[in-house]
Ligand binder design. Structure first.
Ligand SMILES: *Cc1c(COP(=O)(O)O)cnc(C)c1O
Length: 399
């Protein structure tokens, strides 16, 4: 089941997409002077920049592409280390490997986002970038992370793929670090099946990210610019149909976030009223969070396992491609010296927290992240009450 945006697909998306079909222009590049050319990708970039509060955006074909192009914009490659948490979607880690650099896994804390203390411990002479992941829509402790990054002269790429529209201390996620990477795949806050976005306030980084995403060209190229291409790039372009669909979704982002927060608050309060022994909720780093899952935690793995079983779901240790322990291709990966930097159970704090945590759905209903039980943004309040009663009955039955 997809993310919250999919529950509100409707007329706006249809209108934008039909305009593109009628225009005949499917590429992001067209004749600007032709009024038929609707410039959807270009418009999406400027509206997204406004929404997030940054100077520049580059639309790309996926969140993975957004992260790779950001790393390339920062000139990261062979011999460089990038700090990334061991609890994240696999793409955060695979993008670093694809850029030619070496990921270094860091622990998470009770917020399920990067543990700033461990982050500082893992810095070496080769570290160039910190990639905090706003995991499951919870903003990272950005004050601490930015302090550490500035102290050690490191770049920050915020992985905002699971946190479109979330905020931290009054600023939108993706506007705090040097660069931000967003995803619009079907599990995300808003989606178009696939798609991504890069955000930055730095003109030079924007130009380099744009060039990487389109064969080295300067931003918003006109023609082929022979002799003027700046770097070796690839093709990660977004097309007009995706841009159009996303303009429809973007216009609903704040409504989606309001619904998500409202339903989650009701569900959370009802679950709390059950007075379930030793149950707590994960630490949320800022009230402007956009968590698409509600995470509950217990003091011991054994208790969490019993609860998960009662709910017919899993603890986060078993939540597939979001836990380094379950990423077989990452565990097998060898760096340029032939070494395997990763091994099972190399992050004891992360392993412990994940073994005691369970995700309940509130916006994303996805067994892959362990969320089989819960509600969505359109569940009516009576249904939420019923779900909460069911939860309390099932959990009390096994504790
Ligand atoms: C979804 C996701 C990505 C990658 O996004 P795609 O659009 O699927 O390439 C990267 N990082 C995180 C944390 C994600 O959740």
């Amino acid at each position: 089941m997809p993310g919250p945006g999919a529950f509100l697909f409707g007329e706006e998306e249809k209108k934008h997409v039909l305009e593109v079909l009628e225009s005949g222009y499917l590429s992001r590049y067209g004749k600007d002077e032709d009024k038929n050319f609707k410039q959807k990708v270009y418009t999406l970039e400027s509206e997204f920049a406004k929404k997030i509060g940054v100077q520049h955006c580059v639309a790309v074909n996926s969140g993975t592409s957004a992260l790779i192009a950001s790393l390339k914009a920062l000139d990261i490659g062979a011999g460089d280390e990038v700090l990334v948490p061991g609890y994240t979607f696999i793409a955060s880690i695979s993008s670093i490997i694809s850029a030619g650099a070496t990921p270094v896994l860091t622990e998470i804390d009770e917020s399920l986002t990067v543990d700033p203390d461990d982050l500082e411990n893992k810095i070496t002479g080769k570290t160039k970038v910190v990639m905090p992941v706003h995991m499951l829509g919870n903003p990272c402790d950005m004050d601490e992370i930015m302090k550490i990054a500035r102290k050690h002269n490191l770049f920050v790429i915020e992985d905002c793929c699971q946190a479109v529209g979330g905020g931290y201390k009054g600023e939108r996620l993706g506007s705090i670090g040097d660069m931000g990477g967003f995803s619009f795949n079907i599990y995300k806050v808003i989606n178009a099946g696939d798609g991504g976005m890069i955000t930055t306030n730095n003109r030079q980084l924007y130009e380099r990210a744009f060039a990487y995403h389109d064969q080295g060209h300067k931003p918003l190229r006109k023609g082929v610019e022979i002799g003027e291409r700046t770097i070796v790039g690839v093709n990660m372009r977004m097309n007009e149909l995706t841009g159009a669909f996303l303009l429809g979704q973007l216009s609903k982002l704040d409504t989606i976030l309001d619904l998500l927060r409202e339903k989650k608050k009701i569900f959370k309060e009802l679950l709390s009223s059950g007075d379930i022994k030793d149950m707590s909720f994960r630490k949320i780093n800022d009230p402007e969070e956009c968590a698409t899952l509600l995470t509950i935690q217990f003091p011991e793995a054994g208790i969490a396992e019993k609860v998960a079983k009662a709910l017919r779901t899993k603890t986060l240790s078993g939540s597939g491609w979001h836990v380094y322990n379950n990423m077989e291709q990452i565990l097998q990966w060898r760096d340029s010296s032939g070494k395997r930097p990763f091994s099972k159970n190399m992050l004891p704090k992360t392993d412990d927290i994940l073994s005691r945590s369970i995700n309940l759905s509130v916006g994303v209903v996805d067994p892959g992240i362990g969320a089989d039980f819960g509600i969505n943004i359109l569940t009516d309040n009576k249904e939420i009450e019923k779900k909460a009663e069911e939860f309390i009955r099932l959990v009390k039955g096994v504790l």
